[in-house]
Design a protein around this ligand. Sequence first.
Ligand code: 4NP
Length: 157
Amino acid sequence: MSNRKKVLFVCLGNICRSPLAEGILKKKLEDTGLDSSFEVDSCGTGDWHIGETPDHRTQANARQNGIILESRARQLKPEDLDYYDHILVMDRSNLNNTIKLDPGDNLGKVELLRNYDPQGQGRDVPDPYFGGSEGFQNVFDILNRSIEYWLTTQKQN
Ligand code: 4NP
């Protein structure tokens, strides 16, 4: 049986924030030789974008930061709450919608990603979908530092 830690990022559409979070964590794991110790995926609570590649603005931002995104959008399903060890959600709305799907006793696995942000602990990751391009770099910076800190907490365990 694999003892890889299984990590799932959750947002609304799975085309902006959570695919970027997935790409950032995968890159950090590759860069530090830890990629075989983790399984990483992302999904959305909504169903509008199932099967789509990430938003072109998210892809452009990721590329500017040295990351190629390869995910296709999928919707969160109840079994995900049983399967994943860490379910890191972008905002309070995602948190409520994720918790509602829990088929068992998994609420301890579900956390706001920004609980790990040294510069905005417990806040929401803003949704950049309806804003300008500067919003995407802001989201990148928030995700990057939150994931960096989250990873240090994993290395201690
Ligand atoms: P995401 O952003 O949750 O970060 O992927 C959104 C993408 C699409 C929509 C909303 C947010 N939408 O309304 O279609």
